[in-house]
Design a protein around this ligand. Structure first.
Ligand SMILES: O=c1[nH]c(=O)c2ncn([C@@H]3O[C@H](COP(=O)(O)OP(=O)(O)OP(=O)(O)O)[C@@H](O)[C@H]3O)c2[nH]1
Ligand SMILES: [Mg+2]
Length: 183
């Protein structure tokens, strides 16, 4: 049975497909679930997955991904508000905010929530890196300003990004659980 990935973000779908290829197919559903205002990505993802599962019906499980960029020098901003900040402030201006700081460390975090009739499972992944002036054409979102091991995530192929990224790590935990579940 295909995994129903509820997201409007094509980049997330590309990465999930690349990672889960050979395990399960991934179908993108564009249902716009409520993203609650919370400091916790897990809470946002869990509540979104429950709402999407109940709304979409048909007893098929859904997968939701809530992600955020946490900048050390900015007290973890934009964190759970990363999507809003990308749309309002923009990636380039967020970089300029961080460029004035001595400490340019940041983390990317993702929580995947998988909801079915028996409940919701969550899988987390994070990666630590350094913010840099934008480089690279690949990826999406903040990838051009997030450097890991000398490369920005926008300079990596999908496979290279998945091997080190927050989402790749969350997908690894999900894939292990998914393969071992009995249904
Ligand atoms: O550099 C990045 N590398 C990534 O791997 C990544 N994953 C997410 N993001 C950005 O962080 C916010 C998350 O918000 P978010 O989880 O609500 O996603 P979204 O609104 O884009 O899609 P949806 O799944 O909610 O429909 C959005 O601004 C995304 O562009 C990323 N940026
Ligand atoms: Mg969103």
């Amino acid at each position: 049975m295909a995994i129903r990935f509820v997201t409007g973000n094509d980049g997330k779908v590309r990465e999930a497909r690349d990672y889960l290829e050979g395990i399960e197919s991934v179908e993108q559903l564009a249902y716009d679930y409520t993203e609650v205002q919370s400091d916790s990505l897990a809470e946002i993802a869990t509540r979104g997955a429950r709402e999407a599962f109940e709304h979409l019906g048909s007893d098929e499980p859904v997968l939701v991904d809530d992600a955020g960029l946490f900048v050390d020098a900015l007290g973890g901003f934009p964190g759970p508000y990363s999507s809003y900040v990308e749309d309002t402030v923009g990636v380039e201006r967020l970089w300029r905010l961080a460029a004035d700081e001595e400490n340019r460390r940041a983390q990317f975090r993702t929580v995947l929530a998988y909801a079915d009739e028996s409940g919701t499972e969550t899988f987390e992944g994070s990666v630590a890196g350094t913010l840099v002036a934008p480089r690279g054409e690949g990826g999406f979102g903040y990838d051009p300003i997030f450097e890991y091991n000398g490369q920005t995530m926008a300079e990596m192929s999908t496979e290279e990004k998945n091997a080190i990224s927050h989402r790749g790590r969350a997908l690894a935990a999900f894939a292990e659980w998914y393969a071992g579940r009995d249904d």
